[in-house]
Design a protein around this ligand. Structure first.
Ligand code: FO1
Length: 313
């Protein structure tokens, strides 16, 4: 029996990470799988509490995600946005009518004082998701992007400014004093394999590692800690990772990313396109698996998940 009956913990952020989380969800017994999700992208918008990465993971696991964008719900309608536009309200952050139900329920339950991970678990339960999906922390953490034009809240950088401004630095407001929730601590303590899904390390994995008790627990874990490179052939599959790496002076390669996550990794999965980097990665002390890491459909997600679990032996 391969590593399908072990306690698997996966750290994920947006679209790329959610795909491998979905692959794991297809191959691991749900009671053995915990997905810990970045909440640094969260923001308050038109009076709603919005958690984009939690929603992207949730919709992806439930098979509801928009296959073109990776975020939001498939087959959306946009009547609410059109009505906001009629009022002259900003429409740079597109919320579909079905997506809106998630924001409404999350906002209502948080306002009633429900803990963030309870709200998340209830949304997942009602969508039929059986594995654990946990926000990285109960307390708010906000990714702020320092650019040549000043500091921008994450969604204004990522969506409103379409990642155009030059990044000088990234900080996670609230991370220093943030605490992981009890289920997050338990999951990492019992983890037999920890997987860093192919999310943008600077924008989606770093916020998780910026929560001090979380980083300490992950570093202290004896479990294999396997990352999947989000950079393939010198570019990101999706999103601004390569642009940010260039702006921050990191080498745009699987080695550049591995160096950035060096003290939390024991192994690194790269694509065939990057096989030539294997020697450099071995130099870094990382065990490496070379395979196809591009996930074009559900079975490729499941195959990569299976290979990563096999590799963890
Ligand atoms: N990304 C965009 O580029 N444009 C949008 O209008 C947009 C809306 C949106 C609504 C709900 C949601 O859960 C995610 C949304 N995203 C949008 C993605 C969001 O910016 C995420 O933070 C990224 O996927 C990065 O993780």
């Amino acid at each position: 029996m391969t590593n399908l009956n072990r306690n698997i913990v996966a750290l994920a952020g947006g679209v790329g990470g959610a795909k491998l989380a979905h692959g794991l969800y297809q191959v691991v017994p749900p009671e053995k799988l915990t997905i810990i999700v970045n909440t640094g992208d969260d923001f308050e918008h038109v009076g709603l509490s919005i958690s984009p990465d939690l929603d992207t993971v949730m919709y992806t696991l439930a098979g509801l995600a928009n296959p073109q964008t990776g975020w939001g719900v498939r087959g959306e309608s946009w009547h609410m946005m059109a009505a906001l536009a009629r009022y002259g309200e900003p429409t740079w952050f597109q919320m579909g009518d079905r997506d809106l139900a998630t924001h409404i329920l999350r906002t209502q339950w948080l306002r009633e004082g429900q803990p963030y991970q309870v709200v998340t678990a209830e949304l997942c339960r009602r969508l039929g998701i059986q594995c654990a999906v946990l926000p990285m922390s109960e307390s708010p953490v906000r990714t702020m992007v320092q650019t040549a034009e000043g500091e921008l809240p994450f969604q204004e950088y990522f969506v409103q400014q379409r990642c155009q401004p030059v990044v000088k630095g990234i900080r996670f407001v609230g991370a220093e004093s943030a605490k992981p929730s009890r289920p997050v601590v338990t999951a990492i303590r019992h983890a037999e394999i920890i997987i860093f899904c192919p999310s943008n390390p600077w924008l989606s994995i770093d916020p998780i590692l910026a929560v001090p008790p979380l980083r300490r627990l992950i570093v202290a874990s004896q479990a294999p800690k396997i990352g999947v490179s989000p950079i393939v052939g010198g570019q990101a599959i999706k999103g601004p990772a390569a642009k940010i790496m260039a702006e921050l002076g990191a080498e745009i390669s699987p080695v550049g990313v591995a160096r950035h996550l060096r003290d939390v990794l024991t192994a690194w999965v790269i694509d065939y396109a990057d096989e030539s980097y294997q020697a450099d990665l071995t130099q870094l002390g990382l065990r490496t698996l070379v395979t196809q890491t591009i996930m074009k459909n559900d079975e490729e997600r499941a195959r990569l998940a299976r290979e990563v679990l096999e590799f963890a032996k």
